[in-house]
Design a protein around this ligand. Structure first.
Ligand SMILES: CC(C)(COP(=O)(O)OP(=O)(O)OC[C@H]1O[C@@H](n2cnc3c(N)ncnc32)[C@H](O)[C@@H]1OP(=O)(O)O)[C@@H](O)C(=O)NCCC(=O)NCCS
Length: 166
């Protein structure tokens, strides 16, 4: 259940990210980051405060849907969701929200922790969908994903199990 708090990694190690499932207090960051990066996603409407709260209430009721906050010490620096969809893990809502933390590999480390966690829950395929032209597709390649197909303006990628990320 996503309502159950899950923590992965070491909260005390300030040199590496750790992750935890999102809580009520993270809704503001989730909404702000998603609105700021709307162009990178399929859903491009501005998310209101109410829409965010409605989404979060529904999220808490869904099993096998985990919205992780990527943490550095006590600061939330990004988010990565993973949910069961059609018998496959779907990685979604991947955002580094804090621009002052440059590409330092933290999001990649967090993604790898989350993939390991999901494989422990159910050892099934992992995919993600990206808007055609999103430069983050190269980031997914670095993290062990490869393109399966493109359709309806989206690129569908699968994670190659066992392929280490760079
Ligand atoms: C994708 C995203 C989460 C990556 O965050 P990050 O903090 O840069 O991630 P990391 O530090 O783990 O990335 C490390 C590597 O990926 C590369 N990289 C990161 N973002 C990239 C991008 N958009 N395009 C190409 N390469 C990218 C970095 O240059 C770095 O490369 P290096 O190891 O060779 O130096 C961030 O760019 C982001 O929030 N993008 C906007 C939202 C988005 O598009 N999400 C994906 C939707 S499908």
């Amino acid at each position: 259940m996503s309502a159950q708090k899950i923590v992965l990694g070491n909260e005390k190690d300030l040199s590496k990210p750790w992750v935890q499932t999102a809580e009520l207090c993270h809704q503001g960051s989730l909404r702000r980051w998603k609105n700021r990066h709307a162009a990178s996603f399929f859903y491009q409407q501005v998310i209101s405060d109410k829409a965010q709260r409605d989404w979060f209430s529904d999220y808490l009721l869904r099993s096998e849907d985990f919205m992780f906050m990527v943490m550095l010490g006590d600061q939330a620096i990004g988010c990565i969701g993973i949910r069961l969809r059609g018998g496959i893990w779907d990685v979604y809502n991947v955002i580094r929200g804090v621009s002052s933390i440059k590409s330092a590999g933290f999001m990649s480390l967090a993604l790898n922790m989350i993939i390991k966690f999901a494989q422990g829950v159910r050892s099934i395929s992992i995919e993600c969908h990206a808007v055609v032209g999103n430069s983050a597709i190269s980031w997914y390649f670095k993290n062990g994903f490869e393109v399966v197909c493109a359709r309806d303006g989206r690129i569908i990628m699968h994670h190659q199990v066992g392929r280490p990320s760079s």
